[in-house]
Design a protein around this ligand. Structure first.
Ligand SMILES: CC(C)(COP(=O)(O)OP(=O)(O)OC[C@H]1O[C@@H](n2cnc3c(N)ncnc32)[C@H](O)[C@@H]1OP(=O)(O)O)[C@@H](O)C(=O)NCCC(=O)NCCS
Length: 209
């Protein structure tokens, strides 16, 4: 069963499984553009395409809302990535921002419609996950690969710099489950990861343990 891509639905679904209380906001292209700071205006003006500019605006609107709820400055130009307390993802005209009042690593990744090519599986899946994925019926492989992609990107965003970018080292304790622990080989980083199935994609949230 898929979850609706709106703030209350995602907040409720993640809230039911996360061990820490998270703040979450969703914006789409129908939402009013936010008021930008001078630094944000300059970032916006420097973007190369109209698509990127509109994506930036919905992302900033979502991010400003979670920062305000945390009582932090809403000037998103001051956020340094990776951030320990907030994360942002956009896909196909939607943006989702998440934040933690008290945390040391949070990541969100939304993927709608786009599925990684199968040839990517060997590059982005740890051995046990790859073995499980290969044994799936072919019709389920595309969607599972898209799910794992969002897991990896969410975990990457929740890592402190320098972020370990080799996804083969991202090891899910149980790849069959949408809620799992995950560790990264060669580091002491541990995460809880939660994924929700949407109508045409997935959204994953990673919290550093
Ligand atoms: C930077 C990266 C995480 C962006 O992810 P994406 O799926 O392309 O795009 P999303 O919309 O989900 O996320 C973009 C947002 O992430 C945030 N972000 C950017 N760099 C970040 C970083 N290093 N860490 C955490 N968050 C970051 C920003 O808010 C950005 O939005 P903005 O540009 O409007 O400010 C991604 O391009 C990346 O580098 N991934 C990891 C490396 C990789 O691909 N490894 C594969 C090895 S096999």
């Amino acid at each position: 069963m898929s979850i609706d891509l709106d703030g209350p639905s995602l907040q409720h679904a993640f809230g039911a499984v996360c061990t820490a209380p998270i703040l979450l906001e969703v914006r789409d292209l129908n939402c009013p553009a936010p008021e930008l700071s001078t630094a944000e205006e300059s970032q916006h003006a420097g973007m190369s395409s109209e698509k990127r500019r509109s994506e930036y605006l919905i992302g900033r609107a979502a991010l400003k809302a979670v920062l305000a709820a945390l009582g932090r400055s809403e000037d998103t130009a001051g956020v340094v990535w990776p951030s320990t307390f907030c994360s942002l993802s956009h896909s196909h005209g939607h943006a989702v921002a998440v934040a933690l009042a008290d945390g040391h690593g949070i990541g969100i990744d939304l993927q709608l419609q786009r599925t990684p090519p199968f040839m990517m599986a060997e590059r982005i899946l740890a051995d046990e996950t790859l073995e499980w994925w290969r044994a799936l019926p072919e019709v389920e492989q595309a969607s599972a690969l898209q799910r794992f992609w969002t897991v990896n990107e969410a975990v990457y965003k929740a890592c402190p710099a320098p972020q370990p970018a080799y996804f083969r080292h991202y090891r899910m304790a149980d790849p069959t489950r949408f809620d799992s622990a995950l560790s990264i080989d060669g580091t002491d980083y541990r995460f809880e990861v939660h994924t929700l199935a949407l109508a045409n994609g997935f959204i994953s949230l990673a919290l550093r343990a």
